[in-house]
Design a protein. Sequence first.
Length: 193
Amino acid sequence: MRRRQFLKMSCVLGAGVALCGLGVDLVPIEAWADEIKKIDRLKSARQTMSVCCYCSVGCGLICATDEKTGKIINIEGDPEHPVSEGSLCAKGAGIFQTTEANEHRLTKVLYRAPNSDKWEEKSWDWAIDRIARLMKEERDKSFITKNAAGQVVNRVETLAHMGSSNLDNEECWSITAWARSLGLVYIDHQARV
């Protein structure tokens, strides 16, 4: 290191310490530096065109994949798409959160028994079997319900189904048909709420 470089580094370091001592917040500068790093990563990423699956509009997406890890690092609207011209709705803009980059994704089943204060880790097979068994028991009890005229009605009024906004139109239709085939009458969707 030359003398001139040493003096420059010392002055910059001293100015930074002085500014921090005066209460100057460096968080925006750090955020800007992180954004610069992300832009550099995006420049070297492989870009793939895709289509948003959440509704019938089919907005265009650009998926940036890191060449080294093979993981998606960014998803944004495609400005050259003829329909959406780069704009996305809230579901399309949040599609990146459904990738493996989201550390809060559900990866294991946690179960808490009635009157217990401890969570237990269970397998998906155990959870699906338990849900199916409990739904069948409830359905068997409810299918002997009679209406005001004394007729047996095949409906389950003790179970409900709430649809998710992370489903496309075809998935919503098939899940609603499935719920109706079970006799559920309380069917709602999160997009309506």
